[in-house]
Design a protein around this ligand. Structure first.
Ligand SMILES: Nc1ncnc2c1ncn2[C@@H]1O[C@H](COP(=O)(O)OP(=O)(O)O)[C@@H](O)[C@H]1O
Ligand SMILES: [Mg+2]
Length: 280
């Protein structure tokens, strides 16, 4: 694991992330991702048409917008689950437009559900251990003595404790309470030590207490990495994000800190008539 996390409060990063006036598509001081002219159509429908988008490094960016705005498609494009119809995507300065999803994941861009297709009948600890093995690249060394596996136990246990799942180590994953599943997803994602973590609605369907726990968890894991998350719960967005990108009809409608974005008349208008009432 990276060890440069600083304990204590995450510094406020909302200022100093952007260069110059904050307009949609604004350049970032230190972008980890640059998407340029990225379009994706499905048949005759243009789902995403992003003129320019940069994701700042070492910050939490929330991607928001009404249902159907193109958020999941943007995630699929950035993580290479979907090829763009046109345009270019740079990750850490490299053109990844034509790279494969697994290749991009190996370079440190990991989407939480990607590896959280966890094995339901393994224990919580075993699932994290599988993630650690992947990171080591020994997943297929089945001839290795079992002791190698056990050497990973301490590391897996530490990861579980970091997401407050230590008490569930021996629980069969299928029996884990719903509110704890996202914590396990995050633990298995962290096992890969991602530089850029993408979370698609990390608090979806959770009760109040679980939401609070996941928010604290995301804040903690973001201390030394970049997080890009799609999130519908505006309290979570307000609480966690350093900067927000608002998508509407596939384009970037607004960007900036919560204080300005949440008052932007164009943003409020985009949500009117949609079912995302929490956004108002
Ligand atoms: N695989 C697909 N085939 C056809 N249309 C799709 C597909 N994926 C998404 N779309 C369409 O693209 C638009 C954006 O969808 P999506 O990215 O899922 O939005 P969001 O995640 O913001 O709700 C929607 O109109 C949706 O119906
Ligand atoms: Mg979606």
């Amino acid at each position: 694991m990276s060890s440069n996390a600083t304990p204590g409060k995450t510094p406020v990063k909302s200022t100093g992330l952007h260069t110059g006036e904050i307009v949609p598509g604004v350049a970032k001081v230190d972008p980890i991702i640059i998407a340029d002219g990225v379009r994706r159509s499905f048949g005759g429908l243009t789902a995403v048409d992003v003129e320019h988008l940069e994701i700042p490094r070492n910050a939490i960016t929330a991607l928001i917008g009404p249902n159907g705005a193109g958020k999941t498609t943007v995630f699929n494009l950035l993580t290479k689950f979907l090829p763009p119809s046109s345009g270019q995507i740079l990750y850490k300065g490299e053109d990844i437009t034509h790279r494969a999803a697994a290749d991009v994941a190996r370079s440190g861009m990991v989407r939480s559900f990607q590896i959280s297709a966890v094995f339901p009948h393994l224990t919580v600890l075993e699932n994290v251990r599988v993630g650690l093995q992947r990171k080591l690249g020994t997943s297929f060394h089945f001839w290795k003595p079992e002791s190698t596996l056990y050497a990973l136990n301490d590391q897996a246990m530490a990861l579980l404790e970091s997401v407050d799942l230590g008490g569930f180590a021996d629980t069969k994953t299928v029996e884990l309470p719903y509110g704890r599943k996202r914590a396990l997803e995050i633990a298995t994602t962290l096992a890969l030590d991602p530089e850029l973590m993408l979370l698609d609605e990390p608090t979806q369907g959770m009760g109040h207490e679980d939401v609070g726990r996941v928010v604290e968890l995301i804040r903690k894991v973001a201390a030394n990495r970049t997080v890009l998350m799609v999130e519908h719960n505006m309290n979570v967005v307000a609480n966690l994000s350093d900067t927000i990108t608002v998508l509407a009809r596939g384009t970037v409608l607004a960007e900036g800190p919560y204080e300005t974005v949440s008052k932007d008349p164009r943003v409020l208008e985009a949500y009117v008539g949609s079912s995302d009432e929490e956004a108002a």
